[in-house]
Design a protein around this ligand. Sequence first.
Ligand code: PMP
Length: 344
Amino acid sequence: MVRRLVKKNVRKLKPYQAEEIPCRIKLDANESPFGFDSALKSVEGLETNRYPDPEAKSLRQLVAKSWGVGRENILHGNGSDELIYYLIAVFGGPVLCPVPTFSMYGIIASILNEKSIAVPLDRNFQLDRMRMLTEIRRRKPHLVFLSSPNNPTGNSFDPEVVTDIIRSSRSIVVVDEAYLPFSAKKSFVKLLGKYPNLVIMKTLSKIGLAALRTGFIVSSREIVEEVNKVRLPFNVNALSQAAAVAALQNSGTIRNAVDVIVRERDALFHRLRDLPGVIAFPSDANFILFRVKDADRVYRMLLRRGILVRNISDSIRGCLRVTIGSPEENEFFFKALKKIVQTA
Ligand code: PMP
């Protein structure tokens, strides 16, 4: 009875499995090992009977300043996931993405009954310039999502190719900079004035504030105003707004934590690269993609030792993705992996 009434495209969907697998060391979700619990002190005294600031003014003001744009160029979301939803609700499909990439672009397109177009990355996980430009010209997508650095491959896309795509397409091009804090590459925010079809997406989730669910788009005033039409009135709650503001006021502490993660990532990459039986791919993000002979076995053996990583082998042959943890966690992971691949 109920099923008959459910929209056809929703009937086919499966719920997103953010399942909780018990483990001692959680290195599967690209979270930071460092939290900012002291920011929670700022929520004391908050009036629980009042709705939050619908426009998240203080939070937007703070991030606008740090990214060198005006507050009117920022829209806030309950995580960037929500903003992907809003962007697809506003601009519709087809939605074009290189693959493999962050799965939510395609999932949300299906939820909203919009077509997605997947264009394979080349063998170095770079954008295939010719193929991307041809598909964009032929299929006329309304939205193009480019995650740079890309999840799950970890590399940044060639900025020249990204710029070429922005310049030569009539689509809205979203550059998702979720992992940019871990990269030495430049943000695309500087190009906003030049390209009216450009949207930059950012999140606080990877830098220690995932629990708060706070993400942003940075773009022209016109795009912000259009997307704001579909935003639910109180989408970022008062606790998150207050805690995010407090954490960001301490930007030095966040920067130090990011620096530790970057140092740890580079050290772990070199150790993985030198480990026989493992091929590690260079990363600009807070995780490393690596290939082993039998990914399912290695995944299971790591989990048996209490270490949870992400098994990516369905989309990239033989590959697992490990998030950079604390120095102790990374050491524990490396030693366990070394043992496992040596007994293969
Ligand atoms: N973009 C990319 C590329 C991601 O990997 C993720 C999280 N896995 C997100 C966006 C979503 O982040 P948020 O927590 O802000 O919804």
